[in-house]
Design a protein around this ligand. Structure first.
Ligand SMILES: *Cc1c(COP(=O)(O)O)cnc(C)c1O
Length: 814
């Protein structure tokens, strides 16, 4: 974009305070941590429930950013940059995007619906790209912030737009509609996602339909519920598998791994063959076919294009690579917008200072190649990329644009020379257009372990963190517990993400957990809950902060502090208010005070206690007593020692059930990992961990045969048995065997037959469409860890933390 500050000021009805009124800005930004912000960026200081970007303006000015949209000018920034002062910065971002949208007059498809938005968008982009230069939402950028950022990326060369809009509650769509202003509307479907945000299904449909308030046409799956709510003037083009009165009637027939769709419109009909069998993909293909029909593509072209559709992988995956490298796998797309997103992810997750980018030719940027690769070059410099590997005939011609760059004509050329390139101790972003098949590069650079992986959804972690933040007072600080390897999910990667989100503290159980985080470069302060006296020296050496819970521990720490001549080393005082695990009891407070009084070796950074029953309604009185006692004892300490420490007592359930006990900080644990002890609260959390394996072998056994050790399953009829390479040594309880538990294969439940073995288990796949090598979900959306915990008489904490370290962890971001 190229818009003058003067223009922006007028559009936003802002008050301008600064000196460069005539400057032109060419990008907008909202993330203070991005390395892409420059002196021609307009930074919008968004204000969230617990995060206020105004706080980072000073830092940004120091990095060269000059233009800010703010609600107020931070005191120490007066006169140091240019400010556009508005009432609401998010609204301002949306207003600027709506204005910018109005400058363009080409067809724009707006997509909404409960599922399939991103896939339909990617597929439409694929089938329409031979004719158009298309701008589309990067990744799943469909939110109140994502939509304006997507639209602002339009430039003069584009002649077609495809944007998706996602909403979770009422009155969100009216903000997105003028930003996208679709000429062609696509409604994918109405499912149950986000039901909690709406009073009923009608309200949800109505809100979604607002996206099409100014559209020329709506393409949608015909249903009475939707028909009743479409405004009468809106032209429609509907499809259905069931209702012959729809404009297009679709019938389907399986053929091997393909599906043949018969598309019947008025008197005409034709068949298309698509490489999918599942219902969701078939619906998404039909949405695309209707768009093509509406745009008057002929049958042959439609047939050819949809036959080439492919599964869409929008996620950025973080994996362990060879020679201590880590890989960010984004091997399915290479457009300029998503490159920027991937580079931000690389910065936030880099695990070594050396950053490498492997990049293919970029298509469809809407820029000339000269301009495009010059901009890529700037991005690479701004992001401090240590080396660049370009793959493809076009990027090879622009090799000189990049420092420390080698290029290859094809992916195979590169793969054949991987050994000579000495990948070691670097974080590698692998970003390529689909046709380059960069999955081959990922395969070559990935550390191979066995087939069972625990996938961790980093977006879900951010979502859950924000959910709990929204329940806290804006001033309350947040400690996040990452003990036991982040509740089994992964210590460092999660700590890194939390650091990115600027939480205040991390908590671990033992010193060695904290030491490995510090060694890996985590800078957040880390409290050690359970320090042994023998680890005090290491704690001091690594700048960890011990929890002190007894006079004996305190004296021994003070002795070491004396020897090492420490001054005001941070410690945390734990009080026992009823849990009776660790902590000073009421009758030891006097001695604690005498021991600490006047001592300059240490400083009490915080005072804490822990609740025994924060999740149990029936023990509410007990919890309130704990909170009261904590208040009393800590107040006494503060008064008599004349200190102002941070006070904290609440864990996850406490945050939900005892808002009056927030004091100055809370300690979030299990909730971050997507599990709540309350059904109601659970609805608002997103699933974080999915344990996946594969089918090793399938066999058919006759009635009377048995399966596994001890012959504990006896087949009553002919049974298909699949073997999965995961067992109790990986953390699957034997209590979950013998048809108590199940796994999910191709969306169907397969119950576990007989005993769970050490490294394997067998499941019943009779009647389930599956093959050797298919993915198996051991837990995740279904079954959930909560369900497994209930049926095996334990708690979700145990299910998560006992997943063995031999199971590989893969982190991803959508
Ligand atoms: C583990 C732990 C927490 C977090 O508990 P959750 O129930 O997982 O939220 C908080 N404080 C202490 C002292 C802990 O040991």
């Amino acid at each position: 974009m190229n818009v003058s500050i003067q223009n922006c000021t007028a559009i936003l009805h802002a008050e301008f305070v600064g000196h460069s009124f005539n400057a032109i800005i060419d990008a907008v930004a909202i993330d203070s941590r991005s390395l892409q912000n420059s002196d021609t960026t307009l930074f919008f200081a968004l204000v969230g429930p617990n995060n206020d970007a105004h706080f980072y303006i000073k830092e940004l000015i120091a990095k060269g950013v000059q233009y800010f949209v703010v609600t107020h000018i931070p005191e120490d920034c007066q006169g140091k940059a240019n400010f556009l002062v508005v009432k609401n910065t998010l609204l301002a971002l949306q207003q600027l995007a709506s204005y910018y949208r109005s400058l363009f007059h080409f067809p724009i498809i707006g997509i909404t619906g409960s599922n399939g938005k991103t896939i339909v968008k990617e597929w439409l982009n694929f089938v329409l790209s031979p004719e158009y230069t298309i701008i589309r939402s990067p990744k799943s950028y469909n939110s109140q912030v994502g939509v304006p950022l997507s639209v602002i990326a339009i430039n003069e060369q584009h002649n077609f737009g495809i944007f998706e809009a996602g909403i979770s509650t009422v009155s969100e769509m009216e903000k997105l509609e003028p930003i996208i202003r679709p000429t062609i509307g696509v409604l994918t479907n109405i499912g149950s996602a986000h039901d909690e945000g709406f009073a009923n299904t009608n309200e949800k449909i109505k809100e979604k339909l607002r996206l099409f308030d100014h559209s020329q046409i709506l393409i949608y799956p015909k249903s009475d519920a939707i028909d009743a709510l479409i405004r009468p003037e809106l032209k429609t083009f509907s499809w259905s598998f069931y209702d012959p009165t729809a404009d297009v009637f679709v019938s389907q027939k399986r053929m091997g791994t393909n599906t043949i769709l018969n598309i019947a419109q008025k008197q005409e009909e034709f068949d298309i063959t698509i490489p999918f069998q599942d219902e969701a993909s078939i619906e998404n293909v039909v949405s695309c076919v209707l768009v093509l029909l509406y745009l008057q593509y002929d049958f042959t072209t439609i047939q050819n294009r949809v036959a080439q559709l492919y599964p869409v992988e929008m996620r950025l995956k973080l994996k362990d690579g060879i020679n201590n490298c880590s890989l960010i796998d984004d091997s399915y797309s290479a457009d300029f917008q998503s490159l920027k997103i991937a580079l931000d992810f690389l910065e936030s997750q880099k695990q070594s200072s050396k950053k490498t980018l492997i990049l293919s030719d970029i298509f469809q940027s809407g820029l000339t190649n000269d301009d495009l690769y010059a901009r890529v070059g700037q991005l690479i410099v701004a992001n401090k990329i240590s080396r660049v590997i370009g793959i493809g005939p076009v990027i090879s011609q622009f090799k000189n644009q990049f420092q420390n760059c080698v290029t290859f004509q094809t992916t195979s050329d590169f793969v054949s020379q991987i050994d000579q390139l000495h990948f070691e101790n670097e974080t590698i972003l692998i970003k390529g257009a689909r046709s380059f098949q960069f999955e081959k590069i990922v395969f070559a650079l990935e550390e191979k372990t066995h087939e069972t992986v625990l996938e961790i959804n980093l977006n879900a972690i951010s979502h859950n963190l924000n959910f709990y933040k929204s329940k806290m007072k804006p001033t309350t600080k947040m400690m996040v517990m990452v003990k036991a390897f982040g509740y089994g999910n992964g210590g460092f990667e999660i700590a890194k993400l939390l650091e990115h989100h600027k939480v205040d503290y991390l908590g671990v159980a033992f010193a060695d957990e904290g030491i490995s985080l510090k060694n890996a470069g985590i800078q957040l302060p880390i409290m050690v809950l359970n320090p042994e006296s023998t680890s005090f020296s290491a704690i001091i050496q690594h700048q960890l902060e011990p929890e002190i819970y007894s006079i004996k521990g305190l004296k021994s720490f003070l002795k070491i502090a004396e020897q090492k001549n420490l001054h005001q080393f941070p410690i945390h005082i734990k009080l026992d208010t009823g849990m009776h695990r660790l902590g000073f009891e009421a009758n030891t407070i006097d001695e604690l005070i005498t021991t600490l009084k006047g001592n300059q070796r240490v400083v009490v950074k915080s005072i804490l206690s822990h609740m025994a029953t924060s999740d149990a309604q029936e023990h509410q009185q007990f919890s309130l007593t704990q909170i009261r006692l904590f208040d009393e004892l800590s107040t006494q300490l503060m008064r008599e020692l004349d200190i102002q420490p941070i006070r904290h007592i609440l864990n996850t359930s406490g945050i939900n059930n005892f808002p009056q006990g927030q004091f100055d900080m809370v300690r979030l644990g299990i909730g971050l990992y997507g599990v709540s002890n309350e059904k109601e609260e659970q609805k608002y959390l997103e699933n974080v961990s999915t344990l996946k394996s594969v089918i090793s072998q399938i066999r058919t056994i006759p009635p009377g045969d048995s399966v596994g050790y001890g012959r504990r399953f006896m087949a009553k009829k002919t049974t298909q048995v699949a073997t999965i390479p995961i067992g109790y040594a990986d953390g699957i309880s034997r209590l979950w065997g013998n048809e108590v538990g199940y796994v999910t294969i191709n969306k169907q439940k397969a119950s576990i037959l007989g005993s769970v073995c050490m490294d394997m288990l067998m499941v019943n796949v009779t009647g389930i469409d599956c093959a050797e090598g298919d993915t198996v979900i051991v837990f995740g959306e279904s079954p959930t860890v909560i369900e497994i915990a209930e049926k095996t008489h334990t708690i979700p904490y145990e299910i998560l933390t006992r997943i063995s370290q031999r199971v590989k962890r893969v982190f991803y971001r959508e």
